[in-house]
Ligand binder design. Structure first.
Ligand SMILES: Nc1ncnc2c1ncn2[C@@H]1O[C@H](COP(=O)(O)OP(=O)(O)OP(=O)(O)O)[C@@H](O)[C@H]1O
Ligand SMILES: Nc1ccn([C@@H]2O[C@H](COP(=O)(O)O)[C@@H](O)[C@H]2O)c(=O)n1
Length: 243
């Protein structure tokens, strides 16, 4: 009789089940990508960080001095952009590749964070990204996190999670993460950036950040990563078994 470790058992268990789409939305730095990656690993699903796509487009616009207030310039620039995800064995998630260049680290830079919400509010940019995101969901077995995934990208997803956490907790978590890469960063910079992005993302005209009516709210202010995973996997199991 073969012996399986816990992870193989899970893959075996979910491998034979019908695959679903799981959407994870919420405000900045509340742990969406962390949870999405954990769930995708456990379920043997594909994980897509949709924010990385908006960040890569912003990096392209900044580098090429695109005036994103001019629709014509935006439309022309988008024709030159090719976005791909490339699995990274080391991090266990996919890196963002922009026109054949791995930009995973560059897109997390504060300069990109300062402009990404402005760029992501542009209708043509959203149409460009949403079209690609929807194509990634054709075969299901996908966990995608973002701001409009349960509302616009996959409004019929089987499981929608809206993650939330106390704003001070979110700032602290992001500060800790960024400080390790750049010790000159201040907590005020991080706080201002999160507040600005949340404001623009929630108030933009096209596809603003909203909790879908049928989303389950997960407040992880006082939950560890393992605790949030355990809860979310229970919800996923019940959706998978009845789909
Ligand atoms: N339950 C948790 N407890 C403590 N830290 C957490 C928890 N969940 C996530 N984190 C940490 O919080 C930070 C933000 O998490 P993450 O990047 O997943 O958020 P996000 O919602 O995807 O953010 P954004 O949308 O701004 O990219 C990371 O440093 C992550 O490791
Ligand atoms: N579905 C999405 C995902 C992201 N955005 C915008 O991108 C910014 C960066 O996203 P992160 O998840 O990497 O923080 C975010 O602030 C939004 O402006 C989006 O509009 N829709």
């Amino acid at each position: 009789m073969p012996q399986f470790d816990e992870a193989s058992k899970l893959v075996q268990f979910y491998g034979g089940m019908k695959k679903i789409i799981i959407t994870i939305d919420g405000f900045s730095s509340c742990g969406k990508s962390t949870l999405a990656k954990q769930m995708a690993n456990e379920l043997n699903y594909v994980f897509v960080d949709s924010g990385a796509m908006y960040r890569a487009i912003t990096l392209y616009f900044l580098r090429n001095h695109i005036n994103w207030e001019k629709t014509e310039d935006v439309v022309d620039a988008l024709k030159e952009i090719n976005l791909e995800f490339q699995y990274n064995d080391h991090s266990g998630k996919s890196d963002m590749v922009l026109n054949d260049e791995n930009v995973e680290v560059l897109i997390r830079d504060m300069l990109v964070s300062e402009h990404v919400s402005e760029v992501a509010a542009i209708k043509e940019v959203r149409e460009f990204a949403v079209d690609q995101q929807q194509r990634m969901g054709k075969r299901k077995g996908l966990v995608m996190d973002g701001r409009d995934i349960g509302t616009t990208v996959f409004p019929r997803a089987e499981l929608k999670i809206f993650v939330t956490a106390d704003p001070a907790v979110r700032v602290e978590r992001r500060f800790k993460e960024m400080y390790e890469k750049n010790p000159s960063i201040t907590i005020e910079e991080v706080k201002n950036n999160l507040e600005m992005r949340d404001y623009i993302d929630s108030n933009r005209e096209f596809s603003p950040l909203r909790q879908a009516d049928d989303a389950i709210v997960l407040d992880n202010s006082n939950l560890t990563r393992d605790e949030q995973l355990e809860l979310a996997l229970e919800w996923a199991q019940s959706k998978i078994s009845c789909s």
